[in-house]
Write a protein that binds this ligand. Structure first.
Ligand code: HEC
Length: 464
């Protein structure tokens, strides 16, 4: 650590505060990452080795981070990942960088993290949005840019039957709510790297105290239900994160849990499986576009969070597990909706714009809250959009465009005029041609997202 840090520390002292220095463009290559305990803060940290590190150099650096009595864990080829970070501390230069992730969500720790990084560590602090940062590689959200779903059509795996799509292919959406054909493995027919950008993904422990060895598995009828469940899940995108082979570990429950995997669920997860907690907000495909799989939708709000070929059987399965744990619907009476921030966004009721947001005489769009990847102008009484594929285009959209996920950054306020889809973006509504002209004096709903699930501006303006 000292080897790397000292020259930069000297630099930091000479130049004083580094805060306003631009963050350098970091190399794309990820040699690996290292999780360890920070010697000053005594908190967990994690560093990415970016650029021209050899595997050995990275491993040695990781070993040198190890404090007595603590672990330092090196993992090849993947980046650190936390559900929330205060920012990055960037060390190094040229073609070889170390990017330290500073986990946390408490904004009172921002100043301390910046000082720790710049004064003691000799690095450059790149704040996450929580700490006042604006733009990062995720377009300002601190998370990877959301990748929209793609329909993958592939030849069947060797030894598997012909697929049901044209030319015997198997077609599968790369989407959290997507499923491949029953009996096949989602991971082989789609792309989990896309799926894992579609919600915050991180490893999280299963229900720790659960008994894994479960005599119920000796009952053939029960065992058949468990096997059916696992087969259903294997065909869906849930395996992208709910499986130990996911890059940062499994999130909460996982299909490859030894013993009875369902015992690794928390009660709340079971209640979402049973449809006792409403999970409509997570989004769903129509069954005919999803290889016969469905889940809860606004039409069928009591269906499971699980994407299944047999919604009634799926519900029954989870209701039986809840009954086995002695739980009833009444135990979840206070938890009506399960999709958290996605539900808050879906039910959001906009107020009048206050900060000059809207569309002015010249047609220029103004918003606040950072760069934009998704921009909607809607009728005043349109419902707030939710997530794709079924909740993101409510009735009343007048104009919508999406910035391509390959664009490094979203668009700045003031850079768009009404009806002119900017370079690097695609118009989503209307499907073709120009949007209807806005009527002077009429009210509209301006809805701007930094990225999916990260609202920037949501308010009602009057067209001047
Ligand atoms: C992109 C990653 C990802 C995908 C894909 C994903 N999940 Fe999750 N899931 C998570 C994370 C992260 C958590 C929360 C872990 C925690 O904090 O305990 C979670 C938690 C859950 C829970 C437990 C909720 C609770 O409160 O106990 C259920 C149930 C669940 N997911 C169902 C599903 C289903 C069904 C699918 C597929 C349709 C799915 N998930 C797909 C990442 C994912």
């Amino acid at each position: 650590m000292l080897r790397l840090v000292l020259p930069l520390a000297t630099f930091a002292l000479l130049t004083g505060c580094l805060r306003n220095d631009p963050v350098p463009t970091l190399p794309e290559a990820v040699v690996g990452h290292c999780r360890y305990t920070n010697p000053f803060a005594k908190l967990e940290e994690c560093r990415d080795y970016l650029g021209e590190w050899s595997e050995k150099q990275a491993k040695d650096d990781c070993a040198s981070q190890q404090l007595e009595g603590q672990k330092a864990e090196f993992v090849l080829a993947t980046k650190c990942s936390y559900p929330s970070i205060l920012g990055y501390c960037i060390l190094g230069g040229g073609t070889k960088f170390t990017r330290i992730h500073l986990p946390g969500s408490d904004d009172t720790k921002c100043a301390g993290s910046e000082r720790g990084c710049e004064v003691f560590g000799g690095g450059l602090f790149d704040p996450a949005p929580i700490c006042g940062g604006k733009v990062s590689e995720g377009g300002g959200t601190g998370l990877p840019t959301y990748q929209p779903p793609v329909l993958f059509c592939k030849d069947p795996m060797p030894g598997e039957a012909a697929g049901k799509s044209a030319n015997g292919q198997v077609c599968t959406w790369s989407m959290i709510s997507g499923a491949t054909e029953p009996g096949r493995d989602f991971e082989q027919y789609s792309d989990c790297n896309i799926v894992r950008t579609q919600r915050p993904y991180y490893g999280a422990p299963t229900n720790m105290n659960a008994t894994r060895e479960d005599p119920r598995l000796n009952d053939p009828a029960y065992k058949a239900e468990i096997d059916w469940m696992k087969k259903e899940i294997t065909a869906t995108a849930c395996v992208c994160c709910h499986k130990t082979s996911a890059p940062n570990g499994a999130s909460n429950w996982h299909v490859d849990q030894p013993g009875n995997f369902i015992n690794g669920f928390y009660d709340r997860g079971l209640a979402m499986g049973a449809g006792w907690i409403n999970t409509v907000g997570f989004g769903a495909y129509p069954v005919e576009q999803n290889n016969g799989f469905s889940r809860a939708t606004p039409d069928r709000p009591d269906d499971s969070i699980f994407v299944t070929t047999d919604p009634a059987r799926m519900k029954r399965f989870f209701e039986a597990e809840l009954a086995f744990r002695g739980k009833t619907k009444a135990d979840f009476a206070g938890q009506v909706y399960g999709a958290g921030p996605l539900d808050d966004q879906r039910f959001y009721v906009p107020k009048a714009c206050e900060n000059g947001e809207g569309v002015d005489e010249a047609g220029t769009l103004t918003w606040i809250g950072g760069r934009a990847r998704y921009v909607y102008v809607m009728e005043k009484d349109a419902k707030s959009p939710g997530v794709a594929p079924n909740l993101d285009m409510p009735a009343g959209v007048v104009w919508r465009f999406d910035v391509a996920p390959t664009e490094k950054q979203g668009l700045e306020s003031g850079s768009v005029t009404y009806g002119n889809t900017p370079a690097g973006a695609a118009q989503r509504f209307p499907a073709e041609g120009s949007p209807a002209a806005l009527v002077t004096g009429r009210e509209y709903y301006l809805y701007v997202l930094q990225d999916v699930a990260f609202p920037a501006t949501r308010c009602i303006f009057t067209k001047r």
